[in-house]
Design a protein around this ligand. Sequence first.
Ligand SMILES: [Zn+2]
Length: 112
Amino acid sequence: MHNFTPPCLDTTLRLDELGLTAIGQHHTSRHLTVLCLITDGNADCPECQAPGRVRSTRIRRLVHPPIGLTAVTLAIRIRTYACLSCDRRWSQSPSKAWWAARSFLGPHVCGL
Ligand SMILES: [Zn+2]
């Protein structure tokens, strides 16, 4: 007999290998959009290592291979931080997700 676990987009779409975690989904009849956060983001200031404060967010999209007849897009929420100590501003880098996606999803993966 199989050991079933609760459904999990992180496992089904291999998001954990991309350094991402799903926080929401929008599903129409032929298209699934998964809202993701970067899990390994370091929020410390690269200049003085003080903790950064989230200043804003933006969305970058990554096309994921389809599941059956359903197209899948990852909408990755990227945080921009500000340092309260030295006023430096920086953003999370989704580069790990892009490189990991190319390595296990293939060259047809592309950002939008
Ligand atoms: Zn700083």
